[in-house]
Design a protein around this ligand. Structure first.
Ligand code: GLY
Length: 363
């Protein structure tokens, strides 16, 4: 097993990465001390697998399931979970264990952070996206009808377990989701620092991404500045996802929204290229650096092109970008530059429009 420390003083914890890492759960729960019962939060689709049958926290436990997809990530689900914890008799010294992807770790972490004013939790991340991003770093939350992740807390887990065995069953879209985030990390280290390539073993890729994230989070746990780099490529990505969702909603209503929509990682991949083009337009990086972005994203098997549904939709994309909660009342982007990737405030709207046009014109 490989271990990566997230150094946060008294809130420090380890991320355990490896094939069959789930068998580390009992030790992780025991290391919290005091835990005599556990509420396991998961989804039916995970709970029905053979893999899940060997999840053992080493103490008495009960399983609580939540629905699938972003619609399940609601305050109603958080209330439901907290009520179930209470009915089960989960106490202040007990713990919650999340077993699933980002929806599950966000919901379980958020519920753990407010139930009895905060109980311990452990994440077992079962998707590539959750292993390299969502399960690590203590961001928890739920959606509001007004937008994604508009409520939440910073509540660090007591441990994170990334069982690589779960990756064998992921769909192509779930791989794309993870690969977009992995490609992002390639740009977050100082120039000349070795990261990984698409050819690196998946274990090494996960370990390296978690190391990079741990370093960023330990320097800025509550995202006052540096942690914003973890949103590299996400400003356009969120706008693309919102536009995509809106057009599907118009044509199909709320049903089947998962079908055929742009995967988060695919959106991030295009967002990374857009950010590079914008940075070049602002004189922050040169052509070679933009080419490098395109090369890395392509190597991870992701498209660098603006999806057809977003072509000619510059106005709408900019409107979504303005509304992005991270924009902070002006157009803030995370951009590459001489000092590496960093938040840049007050970006000129003209540069943004021209960069979208340039992205559209790319072969
Ligand atoms: N997913 C971005 C962060 O954890 O800050």
């Amino acid at each position: 097993m490989r271990k990566v420390e997230v150094p946060l003083g008294q809130r420090s914890y380890q991320v355990t990465i490896g094939q069959d890492a789930r068998f580390e759960l009992a030790d992780t729960v025991a290391s919290i001390g005091s835990v005599s019962r556990v509420g396991i939060v998961t989804q039916d689709i995970v709970a029905s697998t053979e893999w899940f049958a060997s999840i053992d926290p080493g103490v008495r436990f009960e399983i609580f399931t939540v629905g699938e997809g972003e619609p399940a990530k609601s305050l109603a689900t958080v209330e439901d979970l907290c009520r179930k914890f209470a009915s089960y008799g989960l106490g202040r010294h007990d713990a919650v264990v999340a077993v699933g992807g980002g929806v599950v770790t966000d919901l379980a972490g958020f519920s753990a952070s407010i139930y009895l004013r905060g109980v311990a939790y452990v994440n077992i991340a079962t998707t590539l996206l959750a292993q390299v991003d969502a399960a690590v770093g203590g961001k928890t939350g739920a959606n509001l009808p007004e937008g994604k992740n508009l409520v939440g807390t910073f509540w660090q887990p007591k441990g994170v377990i990334c069982d690589l065995a779960t990756l064998e069953t992921l769909s192509a879209r779930e791989w794309a989701c993870g690969r977009g985030e992995i490609a992002k990390y390639a740009f977050l280290v100082p120039r000349g620092t070795e990261t990984f390539s698409a050819g690196t073993s998946i274990e090494d890729q996960v370990v390296r991404c978690v190391e990079i994230k741990a370093d960023v989070v330990s320097g800025d746990e509550r995202e006052s500045e540096r942690r914003m780099v973890l949103n590299y490529g996400h400003t356009l990505a969120h706008a693309l996802e919102a536009l995509d969702l809106a057009r599907h909603f118009e044509t199909r209503g709320a049903g089947n929204l998962g079908q055929g929509i742009l995967a988060h990682g695919e959106a991030v991949a295009v967002g990374l290229i857009f950010a590079a083009i914008l940075a070049r337009r602002m004189g922050r990086i040169d052509d070679g650096r933009v080419d490098w972005h395109r090369r890395v994203v392509s190597e991870f098997g992701l498209s660098t092109e603006l999806p057809s549904f977003a072509r000619g939709k510059g106005e709408e994309l900019v409107e979504y970008m303005r509304r992005d909660k991270k924009a902070n009342h002006d157009l803030t982007f995370v951009l590459d530059g001489p000092r590496g990737v960093e938040p840049v405030r007050g970006v000129d709207i003209k540069d943004v429009f021209e960069s979208i046009e340039e992205l559209e014109s790319l072969p």
